[in-house]
Design a protein around this ligand. Structure first.
Ligand code: PLP
Length: 382
């Protein structure tokens, strides 16, 4: 079976993890957590980083830190893995689902602008959704599939309407927007080190920011809100979200490989582009002029009218050939917990969901296996 995306463990992973085991520093205190935080902060071009148990908890922490509370609204793309919506729900807040644009599949900044201008009111430095009357407090800009969202207009709108911008860079660590690393552009950036991401810590996440007091607050919240360690005094409900040293050790070793991993993803992307470009009716991923990106999962769109197989039928065919592929995420407003949430002109997200298929994209995918995938797609679509 050729898998979709699996970890590639190399470099100093064994040494670092062994060091944790040998020294007994295996839990949430230890030098690797600090080293990993510093290295990720540097990667994102930020002074502060706070490690979390996973990307979802990093997003939750980011939202709490930014002051998102029950009854607030947070804008995000309808097409993404559900984690950012879940994080909003943990706060008792409501997501507002925005469409993505056709070309690069990122949050549609024109529709975002039109929503803010035509469907919200701005009073005393606070934006309100005219339909629900709720305060609109933040935007989660998700950088999808290794490609950055168009951040400049998002930041301009955020300044105009006093919104916090949280970047969900879980799928795109190391990619750049106009020369700036993703996660380092908004007010807060979040990363994930889950096993299927480009680099892994087994599981893990990180929140990065320029704001010292926010970083301090994030650390406080993620370590059980301890106000007096000795006397067990907590003035607030805390969260046990702290990454452990073993995970950080693995994560640090992977971060040291990130440049090589990105280069590998770019080679995979080039080989797919070369092998699939002549198939009429197959749309390949495009690179925006603002982006230095990679394809975390190389994803193609299949035109139902041209081929005998649609994306799901091709998925089944490839599975029979021992090749794992996946559709993109079901748009969030179609999921049970979010069916009552507000959406804004969501149509592209639904179209992409129906037509997209992500192809095997592991960092260590061999050219030989990739040829097998390309051949199977050509046969499957004939
Ligand atoms: C993977 C992912 C997350 C969540 O990360 P976990 O570490 O799995 O909790 C968040 N957002 C997006 C867009 C993701 O792809």
């Amino acid at each position: 079976m050729i898998p979709l995306s699996v970890p590639f463990i190399k470099g100093k992973a064994w040494n670092y993890v062994k060091d944790c085991l040998d020294t007994g520093w295996v839990s949430s205190v230890g030098s690797y957590v600090k080293r990993f935080e510093e290295a990720i902060a540097q990667e994102g071009g930020r002074p502060y980083a706070v490690a979390c148990v996973n990307g979802t908890s990093a997003l939750h922490t980011a939202l709490m830190t930014a002051g998102i509370t029950a009854g607030d609204e947070v804008i995000m793309p309808a097409l993404t893995f559900a984690a950012p919506a879940f994080a909003v729900s943990y706060c008792g807040a409501y997501p507002v689902f925005m469409d993505v644009e056709k070309q690069y599949w990122q949050i549609d900044v024109n529709k975002l602008e039109s929503f803010l201008r035509n469907h919200c009111d701005y009073r005393r430095r606070q934006l309100y959704n005219r339909t629900t009357k709720r305060p609109v407090k933040a935007v989660i800009a998700v950088h999808l599939l290794g490609h950055p969202a168009d951040m400049m207009p998002i930041m301009a709108l955020a300044r105009k309407y006093n919104l916090v911008v949280i970047e969900d860079a879980a799928e795109s660590i190391g990619a750049s927007y106009k020369g700036r690393k993703v996660g380092g552009i908004g007010h807060i950036g979040c990363f994930s080190f889950n096993g299927n991401k480009i680099m892994t810590a087994g599981g893990g996440g990180m929140m990065v920011t320029d704001n010292k007091s926010w970083a301090k607050r994030a650390k406080y919240l993620t370590t059980q809100s301890k106000d007096d360690e000795l006397e067990y005094i907590h003035h607030e409900v805390g969260y046990n979200y702290r990454l452990c040293n073993i995970q950080a050790a693995l994560g640090l070793s992977q971060l040291e490989q990130l440049g090589g991993f990105i280069a590998a993803k770019k080679r995979i992307s080039m080989r797919y582009a070369r092998g699939l470009k002549d198939i009429q009716g197959l749309t390949l991923p495009q690179l925006a002029p603002w982006a230095d990106a990679y394809t975390w999962l190389y994803t193609v769109l299949i035109d139902n009218k041209i081929f005998s197989r649609n994306s799901r039928q091709l998925l089944t065919y490839l599975e029979q050939q021992g090749i794992q592929t996946r559709p993109l995420w079901r748009p969030l407003h179609l999921l049970k917990p979010y069916q009552k949430c507000l959406t804004y002109q969501v149509s592209v997200a639904v179209d992409l969901y129906q037509r997209a298929l992500s192809l095997p994209s592991s960092v260590n995918l061999s050219p030989k296996d990739q040829c097998r995938v390309i051949d199977a797609i050509q046969k499957g679509l004939r």
